[in-house]
Design a protein around this ligand. Sequence first.
Ligand SMILES: [Zn+2]
Length: 131
Amino acid sequence: MTSHDSSSDPYGGPLDPFLDDPNDPSSLLEDLDPVEPLTEQDRREIAADLAELIEFELALTPHGIHGIVVDCGDCGEQHFFSWALMAANLRSLLGNGRTGVHEPAAEPSQDAFVTWDYARGFTDALARRSS
Ligand SMILES: [Zn+2]
């Protein structure tokens, strides 16, 4: 019986037999696109948008701006949202993660709608002027 103590293995730890396993199960998870529940960060961002939107409405309505226009990446058209409709969309996002954004606005008098960035620049300028 040779019973050598093997605790002084000169090659370090054991090799991982699955190190190069190509059947990584995580690769199967791509391209599944269910409506995912919002993350906490999503919710914070939408809530921040909603707060900003309310600022826009207060600042821009007196200047004849009635809402936001969005270049839609899905259908390639512009969508016009009154302040109320945009707020409703954001609130419904917070509620169930879906919106009806592709429904056309009733009265797209296009001059009365500005992009989100324009509205932000406008309110920033107003804030600077009054401070
Ligand atoms: Zn669209």
